[in-house]
Design a protein around this ligand. Structure first.
Ligand SMILES: *[C@@H]1O[C@H](CO)[C@@H](O)[C@H](O)[C@H]1NC(C)=O
Ligand SMILES: *[C@@H]1O[C@H](CO)[C@@H](O)[C@H](O)[C@H]1NC(C)=O
Ligand SMILES: *[C@@H]1O[C@H](CO)[C@@H](O)[C@H](O)[C@H]1NC(C)=O
Length: 494
């Protein structure tokens, strides 16, 4: 009798612990995300300018695997009220979307603001607020005005001014209603992806171009941050950051530890250390490595461009929170003599001679590159705290692609398992303040076109009305948000 009572008490305690663990703290926010070029369509309506994505899909046949374009995509330019409807049904606290630079500023410069562009984003923001959904706005999600690309794009130092002018217009128009801003989405793709011919503008110049781009992206972000901080924060009290995609890198063997640290610095800290570290400037080990390597290659100065003391100060501390996109993990080992590294950023960190691989037990669902390792997210969050202290972290993207089915059980498991790691991280004392599912709906997935589907909602791309339908994952995610816990049935009736 007595021992049974003890067993019952123990079982109850354990149940309480689990229940405790599985509840998100008050104030934790949930959202879903999209990006302008991937959903809007309306590429040539009214006075909209051409973006580098408009340009490349129309001029480089075969750049997109299924030969598709984002000309119409989900047609959110016309069907934005359908997006509001599914967001409301989903029950998100916020919606992260991006503004198309050439839709708002057709020629890239701030001398002409598109009335249509302004009206479009203004109506979307008002529609969200009317439904109690906070807008989280990304200024740059990869769609540079093509005419700025013709002037060198992110390798031209003047891009810092151009971006600052654009940011100033967006803040002027929308800061009265938008309290959370992301300046630039995933600079590793904006620079390394773009100059490894992975995304638009599809250039091959990763040794010089990508590194010039890195410096200018950091400065552009910082100048935009300072504009908001000085002119708008005192009035509206909103927050600004930059979103970095990081995958978890771990050494393949103990011997690979040092290389792993260097690979992390090249792949990720190059974009975060100058902003989030106490010292500012380039990560020290990487800076020394690049100086030495450039000298060996016969360059008169490092290929990693110098930052002046003023630039270091400008960039350092230009954040209100840390924004993290996280999808997957890799192991790191050294390139073998004579071995050709893979060119893709998920295959190698070529500059430092690191090969990236995955473990057998890390399965993938819809995309080969997206190996599922939920613990990687906890490690990544832990590393962020190790490097940058007790910063608040907003997860601005997480999700996976699945087969084209409404019964997307792989995505349900992915979201559940990654959210569980978020809860464990919160238990570790890490200040994770929110989670964003990528993506609200199936859309134009860059080089993959419409074959790769990341959506919580399916979109019928053969139907002019682009009908949106909730998948099992949308229903699961809705239940998580309603209960603020993972204590929900994940076997969803369709
Ligand atoms: C816009 O682009 C579409 C192709 O996506 C084309 O059919 C249409 O004629 C273009 N409209 C204008 C006004 O150029
Ligand atoms: C977090 O990092 C510390 C090192 O700073 C390490 O001791 C700890 O095991 C890590 N925790 C997790 C969950 O990775
Ligand atoms: C969804 O898929 C799972 C796993 O394949 C299966 O067990 C379940 O019955 C399916 N549900 C529906 C509604 O088809």
């Amino acid at each position: 009798m007595c021992s049974r009572a003890v067993v019952i008490v123990l079982a109850l305690t354990r149940a309480l612990e689990v229940a405790c663990l599985k509840n998100f703290p008050p104030g934790f926010r949930f959202g879903a995300a999209s990006a302008a070029y991937q959903i809007e369509g309306g590429w040539n309506v009214s006075d909209k300018g051409e973006s580098i994505w408009d340009h490349i899909v129309h001029t480089r046949p075969g750049f997109v695997a299924d030969l598709s374009t984002g000309d119409e995509a989900c047609d959110s330019y016309h069907l934005w009220e359908e997006d509001l409807k599914i967001l409301e049904e989903l029950g998100v606290d916020f919606y992260r979307f991006s503004i198309s630079w050439p839709r708002l500023l057709p020629n890239g410069f701030s001398n002409h603001i598109s009335e249509d562009g302004c009206r479009y984003y203004s109506a979307l923001i008002d529609g969200l607020l009317a439904r109690g959904i906070a807008p989280v706005v990304t200024l740059y999600h990869w769609d540079l005005p093509q005419n700025l690309q013709n002037l060198g794009g992110w390798t031209n130092p003047l891009v810092v001014e151009w971006f600052a002018d654009y940011a100033r217009v967006a803040f002027f128009l929308f800061a009265d209603r938008v309290n959370t801003w992301i300046t630039i989405n995933e600079p590793c793709f904006v620079c390394d992806g773009a100059y490894r011919d992975i995304i638009a503008p599809g250039l091959k110049d990763h040794e010089i171009g990508a590194l010039l781009c890195t410096k200018h992206v950091l400065l552009a972000h910082a100048v935009a941050y300072r504009i908001y901080d000085e002119e708008y924060k005192p009035i509206y009290g909103g927050e600004v950051s930059i979103t970095n995609q990081e995958f978890w890198l771990e050494p393949k063997t103990e011997a690979d530890l040092e290389l792993t640290l260097l690979a992390r610095e090249y792949a990720f800290s190059r974009y975060t250390y100058p902003i989030f570290s106490a010292e500012g400037g380039w990560p020290p080990t990487l800076k020394a490595y690049m100086a030495r390597k450039s000298e060996q290659e016969g360059y008169p100065r490092s290929r990693l461009p110098a930052l002046t003391p003023e630039e270091i100060q400008m960039i350092k501390g230009s954040f209100d929170f840390f924004a993290l996109n996280h999808y997957t993990s890799r192991t790191v080992r050294a390139l073998k003599p004579g071995e050709q590294p893979g060119h893709y950023m998920f295959e190698s960190v070529e500059e430092v001679g690191a090969v990236l691989e995955s473990k057998e037990q890390w399965a993938s669902d819809g995309s080969e590159w997206l190996k599922v390792n939920p613990e990687g997210l906890r490690h990544n969050l832990n590393l962020t705290r190790q490097l940058y202290g007790d910063v608040r972290i907003l997860i601005t993207e997480n999700g996976c692609s699945s087969a084209d089915t409404l019964n997307d059980t792989g995505r349900v498991s992915y979201i559940r398992d990654y959210l569980e790691q978020v809860l464990l991280s919160i238990e570790d004392g890490i200040k994770v303040i929110g989670y964003t599912a990528w993506s609200l709906m199936d859309n134009f997935e860059w080089r993959d076109g419409y074959q790769t589907r990341f959506g919580l909602h399916a979109v019928d791309f053969t139907d002019p009305r682009r009908t949106r339908t909730a998948k099992a994952s949308a229903k699961y995610y809705r239940n998580v948000m309603r209960s603020r816990s993972l204590h929900v049935d994940h076997k969803i009736e369709l």
